[in-house]
Design a protein around this ligand. Sequence first.
Ligand SMILES: [Zn+2]
Length: 52
Amino acid sequence: MAERFVFALECPECKRRNYHFFRGKKKEYKVELSKFCSQCRKHTAHKQTKAE
Ligand SMILES: [Zn+2]
């Protein structure tokens, strides 16, 4: 019964939140992934942000 929180991956160039995912609260480190941004039409280093 682990608690799960929703996070978003934000494009650093257009600040658009393109991806959402669930993860436990314990892992405090920030995720940074190269993801395709439909706004920029290229891969950028998306960073984890909180999604409410
Ligand atoms: Zn973008």
